[in-house]
Ligand binder design. Structure first.
Ligand SMILES: N[C@@H](CCC(=O)N[C@@H](CS)C(=O)NCC(=O)O)C(=O)O
Length: 226
């Protein structure tokens, strides 16, 4: 059986979990946080998520895990059959990661420590979100009804969990409803949030949150006393 290592407060962890649940793959979860030797033994970057496959291979990087799961469990396909259409799905995922997720992540330390990000950081983040993320996703996404068109794909799952970071940290630190800038995205996001699997993943996230916050607060305290 596959083991999914990580913690449910992580959006990357949750997107892989959503894929596992969607495909009906049996898996068990192993709660593990960043910074532990146990994690470094299975994840070269010390980040989650990691899966241990049925052959005992440890694999990290969420998009790589998504591809592995698709190739190993092709039924209930999450990529289109045509190579060009698959590439478009991956293009949406990559752009969302680079220009939505990563700039928004820069705001996480400020939000978690209850401080306001410096104006210079906010300006940079706003620029990447607008000039790259919003503009590119507005051109690429179809929302008819799914993000890449008629078929529900990996990009629907991937971008939904990217958006949890954009929504939580972009919106709070920048006071800006970023998703509203991409025509059709808010309605689609809302539809995604109502799926049964999303509800299950979200319930587990809420259960893990207090433990996660305790860990992060302890880390922030330890770093400030060094
Ligand atoms: N590019 C990685 C990013 C994973 C990532 O940033 N994970 C965070 C949790 S959301 C993490 O493990 N943080 C712990 C740390 O950096 O020590 C992926 O796609 O899986």
């Amino acid at each position: 059986m596959i083991t999914l290592h990580g913690f449910a407060a992580s959006n990357y962890y949750n997107l892989v979990k959503h894929v596992l649940l969607y495909k009906g793959i049996s898996f068990q979860e192993n709660l593990i946080y960043g910074g532990s030797d146990e994690l470094l033994a299975i994840s070269p970057t010390g980040k989650v998520p990691v899966i241990t496959t049925t052959e005992g291979l440890n694999l990290s990087e969420s998009s790589v895990i998504c591809d592995f799961l698709e190739e190993t469990y092709p039924t209930t396909a999450l990529y289109p059959e045509k190579a060009s259409e698959r590439a478009v799905v991956r293009q949406i995922m990559k752009i969302a990661e680079l220009y939505f997720e990563l700039p928004s992540r820069r705001l996480i330390p400020y939000a978690l420590s209850g401080t306001d990000a410096p104006e210079s950081v906010k300006t940079e983040v706003r620029q990447v979100l607008k000039n790259r993320g919003i503009n590119a996703l507005s051109r690429l996404c179809k929302f008819s009804p799914w993000i890449a068109g008629e078929q529900f794909t990996m990009a629907d799952i991937y971008v939904y969990y990217v958006n949890t970071i954009v929504n939580s940290f972009g919106t709070s630190q920048l006071e800006w409803d970023v998703l509203a800038e991409v025509p059709g995205m808010k309605e689609w996001n809302n539809k995604m949030s109502q799926l049964a699997i999303t509800h299950k993943v979200e319930a587990d996230r809420l259960t893990n949150m207090p433990d996660f916050i305790e860990k992060v607060t302890a880390q922030i305290k330890a770093a400030s006393t060094k």
